[in-house]
Ligand binder design. Sequence first.
Ligand code: SAM
Length: 256
Amino acid sequence: MIFVTTSHKPTKEQVLKAKQLAQELSLPYISRRSFRDLMEIVGSDYCYVVESNRVVVKYRGGALFFHPSTAKVRMRNVRKGLKDHLIECLQLRGNEWILDTTFGLGAEAILMAGFLKDGRIVGLEASTPIYIVVREGLKSYRDKEDWVNEAMKRIEIVNMDFREYLLSCPDDSFDIVYCDPMFENPVYESSSMNPLRPFAVYDTVTGRDVEEMLRVARKRVVVKAHALDSLFDRIKVDRITGSRKSQVLYGVIEKK
Ligand SMILES: C[S@@+](CC[C@H](N)C(=O)[O-])C[C@H]1O[C@@H](n2cnc3c(N)ncnc32)[C@H](O)[C@@H]1O
């Protein structure tokens, strides 16, 4: 069963927020007082739990919650002078508008936004549970590192399939379009990605999709794939960079 509830002993605000969320998602709201063990009712589904400062999706295998995760480690590495392949591919000036077509938990969007002084990021996420957790996280999460809080303010997220969204975009409406679909060859050691897996949309990016991304991009499209994935055999890119060790590759297509 999929439903919305709160954590134990909720405030009035939490109950109100949970009821509003239930209405938004057309799901039942169940008072937390009505049951002892959340997982008994959840069964093989999941539930949204409105906690005091965040919304968490709970399921038998664990919990999905918002966290900037790898964005902070990657930013620290860049500041130490180490190369970040994504940041290098993007060639940012700081005023770009970026469309992140596959937002996930937004670690890479936050990292990218950390390099934007005036630009903005629009993130698309087709999975509703992921979208809700991230939307609420972007509103309420506060980090000790101020650059993360500033970066999050430059991001807006939309619950939509990128194909549908791209169709509504005029030519050249973003400087850069970024796409990081779920790998065909998952890296299970990537612990930050594991809670997302049960809820993610596993779409195959086609040549036609990339053509649409290129139409919408003013400067370039960057696409990410695992070295063993078929993506770079199926689409033509101008260059590929990445780390041999992690097998994570970024393909860049320049707008001519
Ligand atoms: C690999 S994750 C992205 C991770 C992200 N780059 C990060 O740093 O957290 C891919 C995400 O894209 C979403 N997705 C897959 N196909 C999509 C589509 N057609 N439209 C929008 N989102 C999609 C999945 O649900 C998943 O959350």
